[in-house]
Design a protein around this ligand. Structure first.
Ligand code: AMP
Length: 139
């Protein structure tokens, strides 16, 4: 079974706590990503701002000059370790209804972001194929 780390494609795209919503949408547009993490000086995640957070903020009248961290999610961030297996990670994302998961090291530093997009690749589907049963087996 593949590990989550195998699906980290690039270094994480992050901002600091000082970043504005405009900074975040520029990163999203410029790098084709749907989530930007807010990190502290040690690179540990403090929050995330997703496309959905941006849409919700704009719909409620928040200005692009607002602090990004204030419109994002700060609590119960969904994280995985690079050595976690891919199937349990997919299940975590499904249960929480998130499209991204933060991959952190033992010190809690962000090392990458895995998106649902990465998990529909043949490599991921093949890796979980032998773990998925439908209909689910009787408990
Ligand atoms: P998305 O459009 O958000 O599904 O992301 C597109 C690709 O960029 C996916 O393959 C993700 O692994 C990657 N990605 C998404 N968000 C980030 C991020 N904050 N830092 C680095 N890579 C990311």
């Amino acid at each position: 079974m593949d590990k989550v780390g195998a699906f980290v494609k690039r270094p994480p795209l992050t901002v600091t706590q000082e970043a504005t919503l405009l900074d975040v949408v520029k990163i999203m547009a410029g790098h084709n990503v749907g989530l930007v993490a807010v990190v502290d000086e040690a690179g540990r995640p403090l929050g995330v701002v997703s496309e959905r957070d941006v849409i919700r903020a704009l719909a409620s009248g928040v200005q692009l000059s607002a602090k990004a961290i204030e419109v994002g999610t700060r609590e119960n961030l969904l994280t995985a370790k690079a050595e976690d297996d891919i199937y349990s990670t997919i299940k975590k994302m499904r249960e929480r209804g998130t499209r991204h998961i933060l991959v952190v090291d033992d010190a809690g530093k962000l090392v990458g972001v895995v998106s649902i997009r990465d998990l529909v690749e043949d490599r991921a589907l093949k890796s979980i194929g032998d773990r998925v049963w439908w209909p689910p087996p009787e408990e």
